[in-house]
Design a protein around this ligand. Sequence first.
Ligand SMILES: Nc1ncnc2c1ncn2[C@@H]1O[C@H](COP(=O)(O)OP(=O)(O)OP(=O)(O)O)[C@@H](O)[C@H]1O
Ligand SMILES: [Mg+2]
Length: 317
Amino acid sequence: MTDPTQPLLQVRGLMKDYGGRRVVDDVSFDVSAGEAVALVGESGSGKSTIAKLLSRLVEPDGGAIKLDGVNMLEREPRGPSLAYRSQLQMIFQDPFASLNPIHPIRHHLERPLLRHRRVPKEQLEARALELLTMVGLQPAADFLDAYPTELSGGQRQRVAIARALAVEPKVLMADEPTSMLDASVRMGVLGVLQGLVKDSRIALLLITHDLATARLLCDRVIVLFAGRIVEDGPSEQLLTSPSHPYTQALLAALPRGVPRVVKETHPMLPSPAGGGGCPFRSRCPESTSQCKDSMPKLEKLSEGRRVRCFNRDTAHV
Ligand SMILES: Nc1ncnc2c1ncn2[C@@H]1O[C@H](COP(=O)(O)OP(=O)(O)OP(=O)(O)O)[C@@H](O)[C@H]1O
Ligand SMILES: [Mg+2]
């Protein structure tokens, strides 16, 4: 039985090592049904890896992934079941690479419907049309027999969303879903995702470099640095009064503090510091000897807000 008071997805102490290097460390957060959460952070901070771990395209080295309170890593230790995969669906950055050009749109939608036994054969077409309508591709019948190459990037990304919806997921994870699209169609695709959260109570985990999108679309923002959560909280609060020096630096780099785009790692910026201390200390204007000696814990700052910093700024909270 689903407990309505319990978050749909609970991630606890998630960990991943690559070649002896920890790229995701002690990541814990919740996402509820009907909630949109943004994962932000510079290139290499671990955003895509977290999404791959949650969808179990990559197996975690530690931690728990609870769906409706059940740790799925324990329940399905040898890999995710078809049922698990249907519950967490991924949408990738590149709509041109994600649809096989030799098959018409009909194939891309009917295949998951059949494989996951979502509808009887005679209802396949009707359901495919319904899915296309849900993502705003209308008249849907015009798209059913079109080939991906005949569609624009924005239309293809809508098909990719419709395909993910075919298996009726509870959680959608979208990894930079609009970064390869023209600015003119971006809002349309984001609007589709927003509608799914509001109307269908889907849980959305949106990976983005764009802080304005995070603020517009997401209830909460999680900021990552070097594989760890450094700060999280309600979007508006976090982006107007950031507490962690990294979040502050992200926002300070933007004109008049208007959240726009998280900068890619710049070659001039020092790499995250190694050793046992805070990995942000090599860039932090407030770094002290304590930051070199030990790792700050992710601690509650106020209701719904956490921050990982010894010198956290509580002035605005
Ligand atoms: N398959 C892999 N093998 C080895 N290292 C990997 C692998 N996948 C990711 N990494 C490393 O893990 C770290 C996190 O990578 P990840 O792709 O999750 O970052 P990201 O936050 O999504 O960055 P971007 O914004 O560039 O997409 C990086 O240092 C990356 O080089
Ligand atoms: Mg990525």
